[in-house]
Design a protein around this ligand. Structure first.
Ligand SMILES: [Zn+2]
Length: 212
């Protein structure tokens, strides 16, 4: 039996990628103050260069759900319901969408009292597909929005569809969390951002056909 080829095809249980492209070495566990919900567009699932799965595997207590148009009841539950294992059953959940203001919606600015926990909702998709996800899910349009203030330049240079001024899902999320946690432990996302640099390097090596 060609054991080597079947071993190559076998996928990692944790990151669900082929063993040969496993990204688990880059997982960098961080416990954010806020809850994180990643809504991943189906086209991102097989996208080797996508950072949404690495983000979700690193952020403890986060959830990742794949879809483009979500069932209303399911989305309601993801946004406002109590998550399994959550330690705050009575508190009202406040979901906030990480998305730039587009001018068409007048969403209230996000004010975060020191101890309040938010549920940061992240669309893991290309810019085009994220707009489609918003269009298809009016409940997402109605959420208050958080946009990044003075985001640093992206280290993400491996996706052609990616605008140079646009951060990867992982980078945008880490900067958003650090922004929300200002004055607390801003530095805690640095190790994950550094691990992400390693991931980018690995993907770039694969792309050039010379994985080490
Ligand atoms: Zn893996």
């Amino acid at each position: 039996m060609p054991l080597t080829s079947s071993a190559r095809r076998a996928s990692c249980e944790r990151c669900q990628r082929p063993q040969s492209a496993c990204i688990c070495q880059w997982i960098c566990p961080v416990t954010p103050h806020h809850q994180v919900l990643v809504l991943q567009h189906p086209l991102e699932v097989k996208q080797a260069k996508g950072s949404g799965r690495l983000l979700q595997l690193s952020l403890q207590g986060s959830q990742l759900v794949v879809g483009e148009q979500f069932d209303v009841a399911q989305l309601q539950d993801l946004l406002f319901g109590v998550w399994p294992g959550a330690d705050q059953p009575v508190e009202r959940v406040q979901p906030v969408l990480l998305y730039p203001e587009t001018g068409q919606t007048a969403s209230p600015p996000v004010m975060v009292p020191a101890q309040q926990r938010l549920r940061l909702v992240i669309l893991d998709a290309t810019w085009r597909k994220s707009r489609k996800m918003l269009y298809l899910n009016p409940m997402l349009q109605q959420l208050p929005r958080l946009s990044l203030q003075n985001p640093p330049p992206s280290h993400y240079r491996i996706r052609k569809a990616h605008r140079p001024d646009q951060l990867s899902t992982l980078e945008a999320s880490c900067h958003a969390l650090a922004q929300l946690e200002q004055g607390q432990e801003k530095e805690r996302y640095l190790p994950l951002l550094q691990a992400f640099d390693g991931f980018v390097g690995q993907q770039a090596a694969y792309a050039s056909g010379s994985p080490d």
